[in-house]
Design a protein around this ligand. Structure first.
Ligand code: SF4
Length: 379
């Protein structure tokens, strides 16, 4: 299949691996963060770490949408479905993210707490709109999560609901922004042992960048003097991006380069950006799991569309809830720890019984390591 087969070619992968080994200078170490959960999954799935030299380390970042959702936000969604009587629609992985008191949207639907919530998995915002059309006497809330990739469809859904007069439809908006999270990680305070996260360069997200373009990462090079290479999701995309990062580091360069030029431009998708700007505005701050309160890192619905804002409509208040004490998701999302550093990884916490959010989605660092890397830990 075009754009798939040629990016999974074994001979080319071996060739790229040899080039990376040859380019990596023996006297130095390289630490690169892949921000995006899709990249985390691909690195684990294709065993790319096995092809890299020992002095090159990949660090997982916070770019998995359900992983960074704090417990308090899941609690708000459960409250809407359980106590406000709304039909709660959301994407599949969100259903399984652990919330307060051992609950999740899935458990709320199953009646674990005593009464059953009406929670529905949808594949798209169009599905959620259809639920609202089919149930005109019920409140229907779309629990909107994700980075810049999933924001344009939410904006369109709100405008569609307005144009149809769908007065029973609203959105619990939890859309977050990539550049603000990158800035927070790069500004992480020094510890006695050195920087909290030592990063020599970043692999920029693929899908997010198709929407926002490569321009929003230019501050990483200008202010922090770190190179960024935007990469596609196929294994050869990632290998090529790693080679480009190694070459930049060796040359002392810090630039934004675009390996994923078949889909990403510097300006991004201007039409999608315009739609998003019509419907959303920046939140002053937003809590991320692992990163705490990050200024200007999320979106809220503009006053013009207040009727479709579930937070206003139901007068919801966000409440901070600490993570499970045994869970290391916060440190993993900051790149400070790895899944295998968590004492309950693979024992108490598994994809069948996730204790933290990083074990829920296939893009989560813990789920990816559980699926593809855990047996290597034993050797
Ligand atoms: S293994 Fe489970 S509990 Fe541990 S950090 Fe990962 S998700 Fe959290």
């Amino acid at each position: 299949m075009k754009y798939i087969d040629e990016f999974r070619d074994g001979d080319l992968a071996r060739n790229l691996a040899q080039n990376i080994v040859a380019a990596a200078e023996p006297g130095r170490t390289y630490s690169f963060m892949e921000f995006c959960g899709g990249h985390t999954h691909a690195i684990s799935r294709y065993g790319l770490v096995d092809l890299l030299p020992r002095n090159l380390r990949m660090v997982h970042g916070p770019g998995c949408p359900v992983c960074v959702l704090p417990i308090g936000r899941i609690d708000m969604a459960i409250d809407l479905a359980l106590t406000r009587g709304a039909i709660l629609c959301t994407y599949a992985d969100t259903l399984r993210v652990p919330a307060s008191g051992g609950m999740s949207l899935m458990k709320a639907r199953a009646g674990t707490g005593g009464s059953c919530a009406d929670v529905r998995m949808v594949y798209s915002t169009r599905d959620a709109l259809q639920v609202a059309r089919d149930h005109p006497r019920r409140e229907v809330v779309f629990f909107a999560i994700g980075f810049e990739t999933t924001t344009p469809p939410t904006a369109l859904a709100i405008q569609q609901a307005q144009s149809e007069g769908l007065s029973n439809f609203s959105v619990l908006c939890c859309h977050v922004l990539t550049p603000a999270a990158i800035r927070t990680i790069l500004q992480s305070p020094e510890t006695e042992q050195g920087p909290a996260v030592a990063i020599d360069g970043l692999i920029g997200p693929a899908h997010v960048s198709t929407v926002i373009g490569s321009r929003p990462y230019e501050f990483v090079a200008a202010e922090f003097h770190k190179p960024v290479v935007i990469a596609g999701f196929e294994p050869l995309d990632l290998m090529q991006a790693i080679l480009m990062l190694v070459r930049q580091v060796n040359a002392g360069r810090a630039e934004v380069e675009n390996e994923f030029s078949r889909a990403v431009s510097r300006e991004g998708n201007l039409k999608a950006q315009a739609r998003v700007a019509e419907v959303f505005e920046l939140r002053r701050e937003f809590e991320w799991r692992g990163l705490a309160l990050v200024p200007h890192s999320a979106l809220q619905i503009r006053a013009q569309y207040a009727a479709f804002d579930a937070e206003r409509r139901f007068q919801l208040e966000y409440r901070f809830v600490p993570d499970n004490k045994a869970c290391e998701c916060g440190a993993i999302l900051r790149g400070v720890k790895r899944p295998q550093d968590c004492a309950i990884f693979g024992s108490v916490c598994s994809p069948e019984n996730p204790v933290g959010s990083c074990m829920v989605s296939s893009e989560g660092a813990c789920a990816a390591h559980y699926g593809y890397g855990r047996y290597q830990d034993r050797h």
